[in-house]
Design a protein. Sequence first.
Length: 411
Amino acid sequence: MQRQFTGILVALGCALLAGTSLARAAEVTPQRLINPEPNNWLMNHRTYDGQRFSPLAQITKDNVRNLKLAYAVPLGGGAGNEWLEATPLVEDGFIYIPDAWGVLYKIDGRSGEVGRIVWRMDPKQERPATNRGAALWGNLVISPASWPARIIATDKDTGKVVWETNVATDQAELRITAAPLALKDKIIIGASGGDSGVRDFVAALDPTNGKVLWRKFTIPAPGEPGSETWKGNANAWQTGGGAVWVTGTYDPATNQTFWGTGNPVPMFDPFYRPGDNLYTNSAISWDPETGKMNWYFQYTPGDMWDYDEVGTHILIDGEVAGQQRKLITHSARNGFLYTMDRGNGAIVTVKPYMDNVNWTKGIDPKTGKPVDYDPSKEIQTYAGVGNLTPGAPLKKVCPSQAGGNNYFPSS
């Protein structure tokens, strides 16, 4: 389920922004994305591993209290009901950020004292929508827009649209809210709007022309693997959700991209959609070349509490039982921290990071499934705090539907 924060739309200049040249900017190559310069933030998570760590050392725990507002740049169209959730991209002192109307801004912040809007690209959205940022590839800024759902490539020097691709299929409420992920010769996107009754997907586009290269739905159609987990006669799979509304991560060494999926829809009514409802509430590894699913792990089968797991899946290298392992870790909305093997999704460890989780009696350390999960049941009861009476008020459950963790970027 998507959450939105309203507020003043400003870009804050609080850091030292390098670069003084007025010459045409250097292209953002795959090599630069794999090894970003310390003074730049070239993708949503800064690095493919999702760790969001900056090596800059000017701001420390000792001087952070002295930070002051350097400048503010008002964004938005002044239509009201606007919010800003995008992570700004920074390249050589220039800031790229979209607002809730999908308007993409290039801001010159090189002086550190004032932010000057160089250009703005307006995609002409019909109404505002959450927009969490853009991607840089070559000499393009690639950003999402909604109503209709589109991906737009803008020349980062001129602000002119180079290509635009409508990815809405036939679903009017489908939106693109996650920042695209640029990797090698692909732009990976995730679709959202699931809570409005959308069947969501992950797709790859050709960054040179916007052509859709492959599209894989997160809700399987009848006959596809996982479709047996959508039971009943309501054809709930057609509007089942599984939204992908936070940018994924990527492992260049194994060429896997990892994305989290959202809750099944309707979110609080498992009786309409009996079964585990794959591939909602899951971590999924995709092959970016073909769209083939490498592996998946579902955190809360048959979810009735809106425990979608779109939040960041961070890649880490760690030692387990004396051996070095390539891992992926995620602080789940259901109150547990999961660490898995990056190659196959096998559970390495699961621990609660909240002290009052009550929706389950615990997590099986081998399978990662709730210990009270019963695969023979079409409606899970877990620890007995489920909403077992259709239409009745939701029982007190922890974490609440707001989650122990939400979409806020992890680090």
